[in-house]
Design a protein around this ligand. Structure first.
Ligand code: PGA
Length: 254
């Protein structure tokens, strides 16, 4: 069975002017152990305008810098959009795709994600594909149907041999920004289900792909969630804005 390197990514959402980003990255680097002693791969998902600052501040540190969205097209009549090439030019390593907040507020669709995920991979960006059910869907017993749909669509156009290069973050919508973290059992159950879905494509990819939990992860609850068999890391929103707390979450992956 392949060893899956834990992965902790901090999603700043709408936070981080260039000045704040630079200061944050310096503080974070001072708090993280040197790369060879880190228990997890670490990434920060920053606003477009702060990508360049974060890339420079984190150069040589092996902390990954990700954008929070991209368009699948290289160029065209898409006002306000950003392409993979534009992100690469700034030195971005990856991109978050399909976050539930973008699905809810910005019209992000599974159809668009079907194109975005392979487009990111082909361009050389490492995507984090976000999936997760709402509270109503969970209560109606529809969690598995929702995950099957979102994972199926998001990976549909990804060739089998590239599936393990995608990271999937399971983020139940009811746990995002609410302080209502999923129990470790709930996280394990849903993420094991996602792994089984990937296994429906290829068993090799299912063993290698990294699956994260997201939703109210904090230094206090990280260790228990990260200890679950199928949980390979965390996508951390609010809890990542304090570099000290974020560094503690990274340490909890050890
Ligand atoms: P949260 O956000 O940690 O603030 O709940 C997680 C996310 O949206 O990625």
């Amino acid at each position: 069975m392949p060893e899956r390197m834990p992965y902790i990514a901090g999603n700043w959402k709408l936070w981080g002017t260039r000045a704040q980003a630079g200061e944050y990255c310096q503080k974070l680097l001072a708090l993280l152990p040197e790369p060879s002693r880190r228990p997890a791969e670490v990434g920060v998902c920053v606003p477009f305008t702060s990508l360049e600052v974060a890339v420079k501040a984190l150069a040589g540190s092996q902390v990954l810098v990700l954008a929070q969205n991209m368009n699948a097209e290289e160029t065209g009549a898409y006002t306000g959009e950003i392409s993979a090439q534009m992100l690469l030019e700034l030195g971005a390593d990856g991109v978050v795709l399909g976050h539930s907040e973008r699905r809810e507020h910005n019209g992000e669709t599974d159809r668009a994600l079907q194109e975005k995920v392979p487009a990111a991979l082909e361009a050389g960006l490492r995507p984090i594909l976000c999936v997760g059910e709402s509270e109503e869907e969970r209560e109606a017993g529809d969690m598995e149907r929702k995950l099957r749909h979102q994972v199926g669509e998001g990976l549909h156009e990804v060739p089998d041999e590239r599936i393990a290069d995608v990271v999937v973050a399971y983020e139940p919508i009811w746990a995002i920004g609410t302080g209502q973290v999923a129990t470790a059992d709930q996280a394990q159950e849903a993420i094991a289900f996602v792994r089984a879905l990937v296994g429906g494509r290829t068993e090799e990819a299912a063993q290698a792909i990294r699956l994260l939990y997201g939703g109210s992860v904090k230094p206090e609850n990280a260790a228990e969630i990260l200890a679950q068999t199928d949980v390979d890391g965390a996508l951390v929103g609010g809890g990542s804005l304090d570099p000290e707390g974020f560094a503690r979450i990274v340490a909890a992956a050890g």
